[in-house]
Design a protein around this ligand. Structure first.
Ligand SMILES: Cc1cc2nc3c(=O)[nH]c(=O)nc-3n(C[C@H](O)[C@H](O)[C@H](O)COP(=O)(O)O)c2cc1C
Length: 335
């Protein structure tokens, strides 16, 4: 009698209670993340962290310019609105905070590099005189040389692959210039080396999907917002995922990104070591785009896409963005 009662009533009841508690717990965790996000994320305007947010905006702005200035086929006249936004953001920063900052200075120097390129190429500025006068006034008001994009030939770029780690790490740069076909074996070598990445409890739930078919690349690039003008020339497209099935407790909810992030960095070094160029492409997309990707390539439902990586051989010579780093004292916080 009690056995039946346990089987028919008590056990399902206990299971339902367990499921409800788990559901509430997960809800609480994601609520915590959501509230923290809404309170602190730079996507919701400025709030208390105004200076920090303004600086991030400037970094994003100069990054657009650096990308444009180093593109395989740099289209003169590019980025008009981006330049206006950047000049505005820099002026605002200078007025509001009245101090110099390495990243903000670099941003001004990128505007100068933009102006110099157009002057050197004798671009027709008269057609948009208001804009170009504003750029010239902005540059004249600021000291500092135009930012230099880094020019490499392929052998120079890979010249340090056998050097001590400190030198090797500094020789890696994101490239957006690609040429030629990458063999499957080279991709295998790089991913094999990247398997040395550590992972939580050694669960190793990161996967790398390598797409050879350029028609698939194009479909996927349409869903992503940072590949225009260069990624199509990359022979291989990697999709890095983490399998949610690998998580063991709810608090690990963000570990899919930590584990994949560590793997991606290791993979970038492994690609560089194998003399391949690469550019990580964000997968910061809408749920709709994420679902559409799953219609293009077969991913397990449990796989979370973390990032894409365009991979290819490099042309004989090419330009690379300087992408200067924040100073150590800003990054390393002693307690
Ligand atoms: C998570 C992540 C997402 C990125 N997404 C893009 C992207 O969509 N398009 C792009 O051109 N570069 C992208 N990048 C490359 C960065 O712009 C680049 O790493 C950064 O400017 C620093 O330059 P470096 O890699 O040469 O040191 C991404 C990098 C990371 C780590």
């Amino acid at each position: 009698m009690f056995k039946d009662f346990f089987r028919v009533v008590l056990r399902p009841f206990r299971m339902a209670c367990g499921a409800l508690l788990r559901y509430l717990h997960v809800r609480r965790l994601f609520r915590y993340d959501r509230l923290r996000f809404m309170k602190n994320s730079g996507t919701f305007g400025t709030g208390k962290k105004r200076e920090y947010v303004q600086k991030e905006k400037i970094i994003m702005g100069y990054h657009v310019l650096e990308k444009g200035l180093t593109m395989p086929s740099c289209r003169l006249g590019f980025g008009r609105e981006a330049v206006l936004d950047l000049m505005h953001a820099i002026s605002e920063y200078e007025n509001d905070f009245g101090k110099s900052d390495g990243q903000v200075d670099h941003a001004s120097r990128c505007v100068k590099a933009y102006l110099h390129l157009h002057e050197d190429e004798q671009y027709d500025m008269a057609a948009d005189a208001g804009f170009w006068n504003a750029v010239k006034d902005f540059c004249d008001a600021r000291s500092g040389a135009p930012a230099q994009m880094m020019k490499f030939d392929r052998d120079d770029f890979f010249g340090q692959v056998n050097s001590p780690f400190e030198v090797f790490a500094k020789s890696r740069h994101t490239v957006r210039h690609f040429a030629g076909t990458v063999s499957d074996e080279t991709i295998e070598k790089a991913v094999d080396l990247a398997r040395t990445s550590p992972s939580a409890c050694n669960r190793q739930y990161v996967r790398v999907h390598c797409l050879r078919d350029h028609k698939l690349h194009e479909k996927i690039y349409k869903l992503q917002n940072g590949n225009r003008g260069f990624a199509s020339a990359a022979d291989k497209l990697l999709i890095v995922t983490s399998d949610l099935n690998g998580l063991r407790w709810h608090e690990e909810r963000n570990d899919v990104f930590t584990n994949a992030g560590i793997f991606i960095m290791n993979l970038m070094y492994a690609l560089h070591y194998n003399r391949l160029g690469c550019c990580v492409l964000n997968w910061s997309v809408s749920p709709d785009s994420d679902k559409r990707l799953r219609g293009i390539i077969p991913l397990k439902e449990s796989e979370t896409v973390v990032a894409l990586i365009a991979v290819g051989h490099l042309p004989d010579d090419f330009l690379v963005a300087a992408s200067p780093r924040k100073p150590l004292q800003e990054v390393l916080v002693w307690h």
